[in-house]
Design a protein around this ligand. Structure first.
Ligand SMILES: [Zn+2]
Length: 255
């Protein structure tokens, strides 16, 4: 079976191309790359970048489909394992002693007993978010902490993903919208909701990928979803998950 060529990357890239093959009854997309120092062909799977095959210098790319057939059980297992299996532990109420969610983990809001003598703010210690403030400032202090984390984490993810897709963005903004997780303007400004920080990283990666894919395709056309699918095979599930759980978070304070 010959793979169907979808896209050929730039000459400078070690990527030979992106193909689709029928593996275990599913149409699965994968990328074939040359590995400078690799001696044997190897198959890799990552939730965000999907399936890729790294082949040595003299390995003919048309041998790859047969290799994939040979390893189809392993591949199917990797792909079906990748479900956004995320639970949110009462993310809605920011109060002292309450569990809230950060990157899919439960953390507990705990007040520093000496908060009066400390600079107003919050910091993470193990599974505790220690806050230095009174009740009146609590929501804002916690939201500000999330925003700070959002900027650090999203900056790294946005830089990595835009480099991966070979696109440039203009700037990155963190917001607290009620109804959106992210957006991409025509000028290339990427905005993300700090409340994404409550989700598991794989969900955040999907939202980042989605907005960055808009830098290539400013719509939700078939071409847009083809770009998304190239780097996130199970994007349907992330979309569904965000629709289901999104509302739980969106109403949170800290606009
Ligand atoms: Zn979109």
């Amino acid at each position: 079976m010959r793979p169907q060529m979808l896209n050929k990357d730039k000459k400078s890239s070690p990527i030979i191309g992106t193909y689709t093959s029928n593996i275990g009854g599913h149409a699965i997309q994968y990328t074939v790359k040359r590995g400078a120092r690799c001696r044997y062909a190897r198959i890799e799977f990552r939730p965000t970048t999907g399936l890729s095959v790294v082949i040595p210098r003299h390995y003919a790319p048309d041998r790859v489909p047969a290799l994939l057939q040979e390893k189809q059980e392993w591949i199917t297992r990797q792909i079906t394992k990748q479900r956004p299996d995320i639970h949110l532990n009462n993310p809605l109420r920011i109060a002292i002693g309450n569990p809230i969610t950060f990157l899919g983990h439960t953390i507990r809001v705990t007040r520093n007993s000496a908060f009066g003598a400390c600079k107003k703010g919050a910091y993470l210690m193990g599974d505790k978010l220690i806050v230095n403030c009174d009740d009146a400032a609590l929501e804002k202090v916690v939201a500000d902490w999330y925003r700070k984390q959002a900027l650090l984490i999203l900056k790294r993810k946005v830089d990595e993903t835009s480099a991966l897709l070979g696109v440039k963005y203009h700037r990155l903004m963190i917001r607290g919208q009620k109804t959106r997780w992210g957006s991409c303007s025509r000028k290339g400004t990427l905005s993300f909701n700090w409340k994404l920080m409550m989700f598991e990283e794989s969900v955040i990666d999907y939202v980042v990928l989605h907005e960055i894919a808009h830098l290539q395709e400013m719509n939700h056309s078939k071409r847009f979803w083809t770009i998304v699918a190239r780097y996130c095979l199970r994007y349907h599930e992330y979309r569904k998950w965000l629709r289901l759980h999104g509302q739980q978070i969106a109403g949170l304070a800290g606009e």
